[in-house]
Ligand binder design. Sequence first.
Ligand code: HEM
Length: 524
Amino acid sequence: MENKKTNQLKKYAINNEKKAGLTTNQGLKMSEDEFSLKNGLRGPTLMEDFHFKEKMTHFDHERIPERVVHARGVGAHGIFQLYESLESFTKADFLTDPTKITPVFVRFSTVQGFRGSSDTVRDVRGFATKFYTDEGNFDLVGNNMPVFFIQDAIKFPDFVHAVKPEPHNEIPQGASAHDTFWDFIGQNHESAHMIMWHMSDRAIPRSLRMMEGFGVHTFRLVNAEGEAHFVKFHWKPALGVHSLVWDEAQKIAGKNPDFHRQDLYEAIDKGDFPEWELGIQFIREEDEHTFDFDILDPTKLWPEEEVPVKNVGKMTLNQNVDNFFAETEQVAFHPGHVVPGFDFSNDPLLQGRLFSYTDTQLSRLGGPNFHQIPINQPVCPFHNNQRDGMHQMTIHHGQTSYHRNGLNANQPQPVPVEKGGYEHYQEKVEGNKIRGRSDSFLDFYSQAKLFYNSLAPYEQRHVKNAFSFELGKCKCDMVKYNAVDLINHIDRQLAKEVAENIGTLLPEQNLEVNTTKKSPALSM
Ligand code: HEM
């Protein structure tokens, strides 16, 4: 970051070539880097060996905490360009000017496994995109499936505790085939739709380049006149959607745990740049209540035949990272990073996410200044009265660091607040304070069934095999029975076959949901 002080020091900077050679962090050239300083050649190492201490101390602190979820990931740089102006829907600069090229950084991830786990496990994939727009960073922090396991953010810690390896023995790594996972699913029928996607081939992508992405939640786009539309975001891969089969996925996981990471890196390295189209579904504010599901419910998708996806632009990933840690590991996405023309909905899962990301990054990236890490900085200038804190990299100047100060009367205010900045959409909200869930969120099974019905017979067989494999690893019969009970609400025949395969009872009563609608699911 340029400022008076760094400029002042710059004039003394020494030509790097003259200074070549290994130095300490204080710039001291060292002539020996393989032997520590000793008292005699055999020994003991001396306390005064500042070079040894500095080198070792830095090494001792090289690791930072991995992400609490989505720990394993891979990232790449690219560009986004719009097809035609969306000014009737949004005032966001990067969505209204088709000549503008917006740099992006994308990180793909698995959810459950640790940083060193295998790529081809059965799991949801994260698909997070940071748009470095002229008006600030906009993050679209999505997944490769259009719905989610739970409806309310307050359940997320419970859900993740159930998904992660079990706490007493930290088994299993990188898989959802265990009792706590299925216990949670069996007791939370709101997961019904997502678990069908999770047991489908969508959970074992052939390549990260062949995955769709979804913003999942309902967001708002707001135009210059202040009119809003509800929207959902999609990424459609130019290469189409392709999956592995389970047997391939398992073998690859053993033979090359970096399969997806390497595939993406090598494709970009040789100029075979992956592309996605950004798609948007729009619902007018006045149509909010015209569907047979609640558009605020993140376990529901918007049927594409009822709400078509408009493809609005293209993203190309065209550059690998220079350094995995500095970029992929330190990037900090947040669904609350929006620009003018974007706003949120009252989806209770989204509302909770708006708290969680910065909160976790404060400990993962060590304090409140991680926005200064190069990969997280916007391309536009940023300035405000926030000061100090761990790892402060900016030398702020001036006497004042508070809003509405009188001391700088003769100088420009250090931080003017400008008109035309971000303004929240003025939604009218009223109601009693209450913990609970709207009745409009209670149809857990219809879209799950419609998704299952949309699959080809071989895809349905894969789903049955996936349930049988994953539940077959569970030890507790109650857990297995409850999971079959959940399937019994979606498809009786599937429940029967899975129950037989895993050696548990089929509930006596057929509770299969009765839906006559055509499939809303996207084709596989
Ligand atoms: C990562 C929380 C739901 C997509 C994370 C992280 C947290 C978190 C704490 C780690 C962030 C970091 O260390 O930088 C939550 C909570 C959720 C939720 C509390 C629900 C209440 C979702 C949903 C999606 C999603 C519904 C998809 C639409 C992602 C992605 C990442 C992530 C893609 C990885 C970002 C990266 O690559 O750095 N989430 N999450 N999450 N989450 Fe969520």
